[in-house]
Structures are given as C-alpha cells and as structure tokens.
Design a protein around this ligand. Structure first.
Ligand SMILES: C[S@@+](CC[C@H](N)C(=O)[O-])C[C@H]1O[C@@H](n2cnc3c(N)ncnc32)[C@H](O)[C@@H]1O
Length: 238
C-alpha cells in the first residue's frame, strides 16, 4: 500500500523542512477482481522497499537496460511498452492501488515477464531502492498537473526531484516527460534546460511523440479537452 512518504521542500528560512507530496491518497476502491488480482499477483510481480536495493539480475534473472516509469496510472501503456521492448527490463512506480491491480492483471493475461512494480511514492523508491547509475530511460507521462498556482509546489518535476533522479541514471540515459498542460510543459522545459548534466535531445524545445510511446489514458483525456501534447526528451550527462 502507498506509504506516507513525502517530498521534502525547504522552508524559506531553510531551518525546517516542510513535506509536500506530489499526490493525494484517494479512497482506493478496488473492484472485487482488482482485489483478487492484487492478492494473487502482487507476490509475483510486486517489489517492496523492505527488499532493499533493486538487484536486476536477481529480480529479472538477467542484466538488461532498465526503463523506469513514474506514475503509470492504470498501466495500460506501460504494459504495451514492456511487450514491445522485450530486450529491456521495466520497473513501474504508482501510488494508486487500483492502477497497480489493473497492471498486475495485464502482466498476467499477456504473460509479460520483463516488468515489475512498486506501489509507493517514487521519492522513497529512488532513495531506498534504486542503485546509482542504473536507469537507461526514465518515463514520466502526464504527471499530475496541479493546475492551481498555489499547488504548483506539489508538481513532481522540481529541482530537488531531479537531483535525486540524475545520479541513478546512466550516462546517456534518457529522461522522457510528456504533458498536456502547457504551463507545466514550459516550466519543465525551463527547469531541464537549466539543470546541470541534462541536455535537450533536440536543439531546443519539444519533440514529436516518439514511436515507442503509446498514447496514454490521461493523454486521451487531455486531447478530449482540446489540449496540445508536449514531449520532452533530455539526455543525461552529455
Ligand atoms: C495524471 S496520472 C497519469 C497516469 C498515466 N501516466 C497516464 O498518462 O495515463 C499521474 C499518476 O502519477 C501518480 N503519482 C503522482 N505522484 C506520484 C509519486 N510521488 N509516486 C508514484 N506515483 C505518483 C498518480 O497516482 C497518478 O496515477
């Protein structure tokens, strides 16, 4: 179940810390079939913080490039990507248990073997379980937009978060963000541009949706609202 772990953001006087999360724990009503999937399948495909540092060779039985997806929602697009790229190991992180249960069902139905799941705050996963210089591609698709100005501090993609993430990415690893919220896209572009050790994969700005990224559930919702879609692909360490 999701933990109450939190992103730490410095108070203005820098002497205390205020904990701000990028998500709210919603009342997680799982359908009976989701509950059953969770009970039966989690022991096979779930990863726990208590297991300590992720050992890919032990978990996947092989070394392969690791794709790390943050906030996979219902997991449909992540399941498709894992199927489409069998030569890679995939780890997904999501706090919302019904989404986790849904992805567990997809893994089982489609006999996907190269995907594992954490059901907790990605901040804790990064701190406690992801070794340095491991990740080959980070995917953050349609992160919660927190559209109200006073909520912007809850947005996941902030400099503290990037400082936690970057050392866990390999040299030349990809950071791929997509959003349908123009101001979040622009804010993220500005932040990534000014972040040391990250370089835009194109001369400037956004990229067209790469072939490997399926259209996601929240993307469809955004398109329905008339939003444009913004993909950012940055390279680590170049
Ligand atoms: C707007 S949804 C997008 C879901 C999916 N990627 C899509 O495009 O359909 C964002 C997801 O990120 C998850 N999330 C937000 N903060 C998170 C965190 N700190 N750790 C793990 N998951 C998080 C939320 O629970 C939510 O399911």
């Amino acid at each position: 179940m999701p933990e109450q772990s939190q992103i730490e953001v410095a108070e203005p006087d820098d002497s205390k810390h205020r904990a701000i999360r990028s998500f709210v724990i919603r009342a997680s009503r799982m359908s009976p079939s989701q509950k059953q999937a969770y009970r039966e399948l989690w022991p096979h495909w779930g990863l726990e913080l208590d297991d300590g540092m992720l050992d890919c060779r032990e978990v996947f039985g092989r070394d392969a490039p690791l794709v790390f997806e943050i906030g996979f929602g219902m997991g449909e697009s992540l399941a498709t990507m894992a199927q489409n790229e069998p030569d890679k190991n995939f780890v997904g992180v999501e706090v919302h248990p019904p989404g986790v249960a849904n992805l567990l069902k997809r893994i089982d139905e489609r006999e996907i073997t190269n995907l594992r799941i954490y059901n907790t705050d990605v901040i804790e996963v990064l701190k406690q379980a992801i070794p340095l210089q491991l990740i080959e591609r980070v995917q953050i698709y349609f992160p919660d937009p927190w559209p109200k100005k006073r909520h912007h501090k809850r947005r996941l993609i902030q400099s503290d978060f990037l400082e936690l993430l970057k050392p866990r990415m390999r040299s030349e690893a990809i950071l791929h963000v997509a959003t349908d919220w123009q101001d979040y896209a622009e804010q993220t572009l500005e932040l990534l541009n000014e972040t040391k050790d990250l370089t835009n994969s194109v001369e400037s700005g956004f990229v067209p949706r790469p072939e490997y990224r399926p259209v996601t559930k929240f993307e469809k919702r955004g398109i329905g609202l008339g939003h444009d879609i913004y993909d950012l692909v940055f390279i680590h360490g170049s």
